[in-house]
Design a protein around this ligand. Structure first.
Ligand SMILES: O=C(O)CCC(=O)C(=O)O
Length: 263
């Protein structure tokens, strides 16, 4: 079982245009608030700079000349156009199937109305400066926040631009989620990334798809994405779903000591 679902052109060109406007509006609001106000800054062990303002965190591109945003998280409650997707049946119905098909599926099968939010984030791979995401599973980070509930979280990536190899389309290792938490790279300072020596790169697939397409996969899927070397942006909205009623990521605290459970 590959574990991922690709839904080509799930959203129309008009909807994509509306979503792009919404995300650029959110981006502009957050960046100008950060420039005008007092932020709380965290520097991760890998040197990446995270700046929190008004309940959202800006993850800056580590090596871009000038300032460029790599991601914003969370982005719920910042745009009605974005928030509407949490209950859009085009996402919730296939997401219920993804969660129901996990080896750690909930004991009672979920219907579309039974899936709820964990976190929504916005990833920008800006033209020419959007950087690589190295091999990882989303799971260890979520586990440090949510414990075993992290086994029942999956992501829907809404592609706001065409995704191609050249602009850093997502690369997944189909079926890798079935092996559970992957070995992590002991040479890497955050302790969160997958050890690349353990990845079956020959089995990896890169998901090229037009804007408006949606890619869904569970938190244990091993994945990466390459830098965007093209002259145009590659933006995505990520909705991470879980069984409804559980605490959202924003209500939880990151506890790195939990990583020791996963070795
Ligand atoms: O947007 C991307 O290219 C990478 C997304 C990803 O892997 C993540 O946010 O965990």
């Amino acid at each position: 079982m590959s574990g991922y679902v690709l839904l080509p052109r799930l959203f129309t060109a008009t909807e994509v245009e509306r979503l792009r406007d919404a995300v650029e509006q959110v981006h502009a609001t957050v960046v100008s608030a950060a420039e005008a106000g007092e932020t709380s800054v965290t520097v991760w062990p890998d040197g990446h700079r995270l700046e929190t303002i008004d309940g959202t965190t800006i993850h800056w591109e580590p090596d871009a000349p000038g300032k460029a945003v790599r991601s914003l998280s969370p982005v719920s409650g910042m745009s009605p156009v974005i928030d509407a997707l949490w209950t859009d049946q085009r996402l919730t119905a296939p997401m219920a199937s993804v969660l129901n098909s996990l080896p750690t599926a909930p004991s009672r099968p979920l219907a579309a109305a039974d899936v709820g939010p964990f976190v929504a984030k916005l990833n920008f791979k800006r033209a020419g400066v959007g950087s690589e995401f190295a091999w990882h599973q989303d799971f260890p980070y979520w586990y440090c926040c949510a414990g075993d509930a992290a086994y029942q979280i999956a992501t829907a990536i809404v592609m706001l631009d065409d995704n191609a190899v050249e602009n850093g389309a997502m690369t997944l290792v189909p079926g890798s989620h079935l092996a559970g938490p992957a070995p992590r790279d002991p040479r890497e300072p955050t302790g969160l990334l997958v050890d690349p020596r353990s990845v079956d790169e020959a089995a990896a697939v890169t998901i090229e798809a037009p804007a408006g397409s949606v890619l869904m996969f569970p938190g244990l899927m091993v994945h990466r994405s390459a830098p965007n070397r093209t002259a145009t942006d590659r933006r995505s909205l990520l909705f991470c779903f879980q069984p409804a009623g559980r605490p959202e990521l924003s209500a939880l605290t990151y506890n790195a000591e939990r990583l020791a459970d996963l070795t």
